[in-house]
Structure formats: structure tokens, C-alpha cells
Design a binder for this molecule. Sequence first.
Ligand SMILES: Nc1ncnc2c1ncn2[C@@H]1O[C@H](COP(=O)(O)OP(=O)(O)OP(=O)(O)O)[C@@H](O)[C@H]1O
Length: 260
Amino acid sequence: MSDSLLSAQNLGVKHGDDFVLHSVHFDIRPKEIVTVVGPNGSGKSTLIKALIGLETLATGRVQKAAGLVIGYVPQKLHIDATLPLSVRRFLSLPKRVSDAAARAVLARVGVEGIESRPLSGLSGGQLQRVLLARALLAKPDVLILDEPTQGLDQPGTAAFYLLIEEVRAETGCAVLMVSHDLHVVMSSSDRVICLNGHICCEGTPAIVSEAPEYRALFGIGTGGAFALYQHHHDHSHDPQSGACLAHDHGASSTKDTAPI
Ligand SMILES: Nc1ncnc2c1ncn2[C@@H]1O[C@H](COP(=O)(O)OP(=O)(O)OP(=O)(O)O)[C@@H](O)[C@H]1O
């Protein structure tokens, strides 16, 4: 697609002899919020890493728009508690930023005035916001977040997604994220991609949420979220070829979702 910022065709990644991702076609356009969901080990982080060049591709290719700037918020940041790294210094890695810019971006993400705090002493929610702040300093065209609310409580998670939507509205950046918070994902994404080694189904949350399958899956609290994961386990793959051996796509039977 011509206005695509970042796209992948027939993307495949192997770890050892096994395909952990295969036949993935992906694209993201300006201002879109796209969320990738799927069970543990389904290849979500691998897809993100492949898109930003941190994985060797076994098949396919990734294309970026000319001059594309990506802001990446990783799933985990291992910080040595003995490392005397302050928030302020962290924000200047790898490129030095002014005190004013650091102050402004911390205020924007809701952690004003923590410049002098050691990174290793921050709460999970504060650290996520500092990671987001650092990614925003690059003025990204695409913000990529790998499970940004892992370890946050429900209010913290909801507040973080609200912040992401505000950032998208203010800066116009596209957002690609991996999430396990399925209820929030459904309300805050333009498009949801269900991954299990390949793209099982995808569609807009508005359409997906009208589907009987969606209502069954998400209508009743966390039982719904659980059901989606059951759906993903309903089929298996040949570890050598990555081929789908048996398929039972829950939500993909709706007309606007796209089984691949
Ligand atoms: N560096 C690696 N070497 C070997 N296998 C790997 C490596 N990284 C990931 N894998 C395997 O690839 C598969 C996909 O892993 P990935 O981390 O992408 O899944 P995920 O969907 O992000 O999982 P989670 O929800 O648990 O974070 C898993 O089976 C994992 O064990």
C-alpha cells in the first residue's frame, strides 16, 4: 500500500530449525493504532523485532517508508541496581537532549520532576512512562511498544493506554503494540491482529466486537479473554515448515476479519 509506513511481505523467522513466524503480511499506516494479540510464545515479540531489524529473516522482507523514524519501547529493560543511572542521563542515551526537552517530555508522560531519580528505583508504571518518554524524544513516525503494561495494575494499564491515544492524537504517530490486555485493546485499537506463528485473523475492533464470536469471547469478564487463548491453541503447526496442521479460527468467520 502506497501510504504504508512499515510493511512486511511473506515474513518468516526461524529459531533453530523451527519457524516461529511464517507467511506474515503486515502493514501500518499513518496514525493507525494496531495491536498484536496472541498466546505466550506465539511470536509477538519476534514479529516486532523482525520489523525493526533485530531478527534475521528466513523468508520475506520488511519495507520502511523513506526516512522513517521508529520509537521502540522494549518489553523488558534489565537494569543493574548498582548502576548509577539517573532518569535524566537515561533520556540522553544515545543522543543528548536539553534539560528543557527532558523536563517537558517527562511532564507529558505524567512523571514530572523525577529527573534525578535512579532508574533502578522507579516503580513499574514510572519506568514504563520513562521508556515511553525516551522513545518520544526521537519524534517517531511509528511508536512500537512490546507489552507496555506488563506488571501494571488495572488503573495503571488503563491510564497508560489513554496516554498512548493522547500521544497519537497530538503527534500523529502510528502505534504498533503487543498486548495481553484484551479488553482495553479492543477499545483503543484501530485494528487488532491475532497471531499464532502466523496471522490467524485480523479486523477492526468495531467489526470484531459485533461478531457473536467476539461477544462470546469478551462479553463476560476475564473468561472471555481466556476463551481467545483457547481459540489460539485450537490448532498446531508443523515445526519444520510452520504449516498450519488443523485450523479452527474463532472470530475469523466474521465477514470483516481476514483469515490468512
Ligand atoms: N532467541 C531465541 N532463541 C530461540 N528461540 C527463541 C528466541 N526468542 C524467541 N524464541 C522462541 O520463539 C517463540 C516465539 O517467541 P516470542 O517471544 O516471539 O513469543 P511471544 O508471543 O512474544 O511470547 P510472550 O507472550 O510469552 O511474550 C517461542 O517459542 C520462543 O521460545
